[in-house]
Design a protein around this ligand. Structure first.
Ligand SMILES: [Cu+2]
Length: 662
């Protein structure tokens, strides 16, 4: 017995020692100083930074951007470093924060009321600068409104009755560490033959599953082995789930299953170019880039973007990522700037996994509301994330204690010429007319890429000169995979449901969905608009009427209530949806009513969905798959708004020397 106790003691001591060594050397978690935060070199900026290469972290911020001295010039300009510091001072002296520990989960500009923003003109004084702060004090959520100019907290409201605010970066970092303070957890890790120094744990999903989880801010943490690869996501420690209280950092429960499931191999999982040996590198293409010898056709003044016939305000946001506001397009007939959209942004990303088993049923992510889509937007990689001719914009956000930090190169803006055609027509020789009229299509792209743990989302707002806005979401990054005892499908019983696809030996890619919902406050020629469902219906004809048996007609239904406007797409019941201004001359002719959402300041929510059945090509990293929707002018202009643009001619283009073989 004595020997056994001694062994157990030695074993535990070994575990504790390893944990200490691991914590001290691998996971620095000290309060960062201000300079560190501003340069975004600390672990506070992102819990994932510790997995990135050191030279990347030391990338200096662009010296041409003076964030310390920046001041707002537009009512919608995001909070500046100076304003964040002022907010921090206001809060630290407020009674609510004096005696209790607190965390600031979100600090953003409280935008001025819409009528004020709409009437504001350049040169006018700015409306009062206000901030909206979501704070948790002693486990209770509060929403505060601050008047920054007056250094005052003007309103405190209790948070919503259910749910919790977005996690702070500190929440996420501490969730990765907290399991290591639990002896049972460390024991199972060691018993599974994993070195604690190879461990990477991640806050996986919050969710809410049953009464026992009520009134607690819980998260489930799962872990991976980093041994032999940077792509630790492909090496899950399957079946081990830690239920953690994020407020107390207490481990509530450890679900320790799947010990018979091996950790998938590290070989062939690394995706970094530096790890591919020279003989295996593929060079399929010659170098390519867009040249603009006369510079870009857009200007960006602080956050106001002007390009071709477009103008809009562009703001980085910790939750939404990118917010496009006050989008206006010039009418070629009258020359006036016409309102199109007051505000557009991705309001939520819902990603449910389709596996009801113990370690997977809870994986129903809310990537914006839980993790912060903007907080997870890492600096873009020039020349690869965005072309050479791109302009970059930084985000300025706040850490959990209110200290501002800069997320450099968070958004890029560039003109895209993809060789596409704006419009064209050629005449056949039978007409005797030799006509070939073609206009190239050049667009303006606003891009952000968020890496929500394993997954990468690329969000593009693309503006076209013909008045169309294309909103595109690209999915890339790494799958969330499940460890499996199987190395080949011939081992799998036909009756067994894998809930996904065997991608590699011991690796299953679980079926899941991505639903990206966009908040679209359309203001077509003003705030009061109506929503029209233009449904294409098959119309039967009578034999006496026409030799044709049927034709398609457009049936217009103006939505009178929110219920009317709820639309579920059906592949064989096509529709297009119009947001119209019934008071304008070019209106589509629908009767103007006075129902709840007719001729009112309406907001649309559009959900872009992806069903993802993983395939082997998704391993070890996914080629980008994208989907988009268009906000297209319909009877908005009197005619084709780019009728009068010139074609390309050789003499106007950059003089690039062709290679001998071309
Ligand atoms: Cu997916």
């Amino acid at each position: 017995m004595e020997e056994k106790s001694l062994l157990r003691f030695l074993f535990l001591m070994f575990g504790v020692l390893l944990l200490l060594v691991f914590t001290v050397f691998n996971l620095p978690y000290a309060t960062p100083d201000k300079a560190e935060l501003l340069d975004c070199t600390s672990t506070w900026c992102t819990s994932k930074n510790r997995f990135l290469k050191p030279h990347f972290l030391q990338d200096p911020p662009n010296p041409t951007r003076h964030h310390h001295s920046a001041v707002p010039h537009h009512p919608l300009d995001p909070l500046t470093v100076q304003e964040f510091n002022k907010i921090r001072t206001i809060l630290s002296s407020h009674a609510l924060f004096k005696s209790s520990p607190y965390a600031l989960h979100s600090i953003v500009l409280q935008e001025a009321p819409k009528p004020l923003v709409l009437t504001w003109q350049k040169g006018d004084p700015l409306p009062p600068r206000e901030a909206s702060v979501v704070a948790r004090v002693n486990g209770v959520s509060h929403v505060l409104t601050l008047n920054i100019d007056m250094s005052q907290v003007t309103r405190i409201e209790p948070g919503p009755l259910s749910g919790y605010p977005m996690m702070t970066i500190e929440d996420m970092t501490s969730a990765t560490l907290a399991p290591l303070a639990n002896a049972d957890f460390n024991r199972t890790i060691i018993e599974r033959g994993i070195d604690l120094t190879d461990l990477a744990c991640l806050p996986i999903a919050t969710g809410w599953f049953g009464k026992s989880e009520e009134n607690r801010r819980l998260i489930k943490v799962q872990c991976f082995s980093m041994k032999g690869t940077a792509n630790f996501y492909m090496r899950p420690i399957e079946g081990l789930t830690v239920l953690l209280d994020m407020d107390t950092k207490e481990v509530i429960q450890i679900s320790d299953e799947g010990r018979n499931i091996p950790i998938p191999k590290a070989a062939d999982t690394d995706y970094r170019f530096s790890t591919i040996n020279a003989q295996q590198q593929m060079n399929l293409l010659n170098p390519i880039s867009i040249e603009q010898p006369k510079g870009p056709s857009f200007t960006i003044e602080d956050h106001l973007v002007k390009w071709a016939n477009w103008e809009f305000h562009l703001k980085p946001d910790p939750r939404a990522g990118v917010i496009i506001s006050r989008a206006m397009v010039r009418d070629p007939g009258t020359g006036e700037m016409r309102n199109v959209m007051y505000k557009g942004f991705s309001s939520e990303l819902f990603v449910p996994y389709m596996d009801p088993t113990d370690a997977w049923y809870f994986k129903t992510y809310m990537d914006a509301g839980e993790y912060g889509f903007g907080l997870q937007a890492m600096p873009l990689d020039p020349l690869n994330d965005c072309p050479r001719n791109a302009y970059y914009m930084d985000g300025v956000f706040a850490a959990g204690d209110g200290t501002p930090y800069v997320r450099s190169n968070m958004i890029c803006v560039f003109e895209r010429y993809a060789g596409d055609i704006g419009w064209r027509h050629a005449e056949s020789p039978i007409t005797g007319m030799e006509i070939r009229e073609v206009r190239p299509k050049v667009t303006l792209v606003v891009r952000m890429a968020a890496s929500v743990a394993n997954y990468d989302y690329i969000v593009d707002w693309e503006f076209q000169t013909d008045g169309l806005i294309r909103v595109k979401v690209g999915l890339s990054g790494i799958l969330m995979v499940k460890g499996s005892p199987y190395v080949n499908m011939n081992q799998v019983n036909q009756q067994e449901n894998l809930y996904g696809t065997l991608l590699s030996e011991n690796v299953i890619g679980i079926i899941h969905d991505h639903y990206v919902t966009f908040h679209l406050d359309m203001d077509v020629d003003g705030t009061d608009n109506s929503f029209v469902n233009v449904n294409l219906k098959r119309e039967q004809t009578s034999p006496a009427e026409t030799p044709r048996r049927s034709y398609m007609k457009a049936v217009r239904n103006v939505a009178r209530t929110e219920k009317d406007a709820q639309v579920k797409f059906k592949l064989y019941d096509p529709s297009e949806f119009h947001v119209i201004n019934p008071s304008k001359k070019t209106r589509v002719g629908n009767p103007v009513g006075d129902r709840p959402i007719e001729n009112k300041d309406i907001v649309l929510w559009y959900t872009l969905g992806f069903h993802h059945v993983p395939c082997q090509e998704d391993f070890p990293i996914m080629p980008t798959v994208s989907s988009s929707f268009d906000l297209k002018p319909v009877n908005f202009f009197e005619n084709n708004p780019i009728l009068r643009i010139p074609p390309n001619v050789e003499k106007d283009l950059p003089n690039c020397k062709a290679s001998a073989s071309a």
